[in-house]
Design a protein around this ligand. Sequence first.
Ligand SMILES: [Zn+2]
Length: 265
Amino acid sequence: MPFTIPDYAQPLIPDAKTDWKLFDSIVYALSGTTNGEDLKTSLMYLDWWRWLNIEVFGERLQPLFISREVAAFGHWIGLCSYHPRHIKLAGPAFKAVHHDNAIANRLDYFKDLSGSEHNAAMVILHEMIHQSLFEAKKDTTHEGQPWMLLCKYIGGILDLPYDYCPLKKAKEDVLDENGNPTYIESPTQTLKGGKPKMIKVRRNIWVPNDGIKRDESKPLAPYHAYCCFPYVESSAFIQANTVTKTTGKKVEKNDGKPVTIPPSF
Ligand SMILES: [Zn+2]
């Protein structure tokens, strides 16, 4: 039985019907151009896509190729390209178990898979969220509300331990040990008489978006739980592959403060 798509997720899944003839053509093309292990795994990936498309996305996504590719380790693990549409998996997607570990209760169809196979299935699911947003002509990035709302819908299906309430960027004061705001000398502004102006130290944070109800029974999902969905903070793989940058454009944009970048999906 397909899952019920909640009202808030309806506009984030294309208002379309899957072209199953195209799906059959892709399977046919694959069988004529691939063989051995590659054919076996490619057909398996397509079969998982087929099941997820029916059960999670209401048979509303359009078929595409799914293949294993070579990517610089840590550069990306899964990728959904749109022109042409194509889901690509790099080594860690089908060799690691970071997503598998995040999910306590697997979906029925994936019950008998090995940990790394289940991991690959969850990378495909992640890329299908990008695909859905692209085909529905919505913001496909992890920072957009559409992405976060689909995490909320699918996080519920996977029984993940977080409330994926959509977040927005905000700033908060950095407090000292007594709970008072901290100040630093402004690098650019001076007071009359030449003394440097003191400014409050602020940092970027993510907070629940206005007007969206928090599910208080679960902790709010941390920011990376959206980018690396489905993910939990204790995932050693994600932690080991998250880099902290202290220089570069992203850091400049973040008021010069360090930026953490998880592996890319
Ligand atoms: Zn992604």
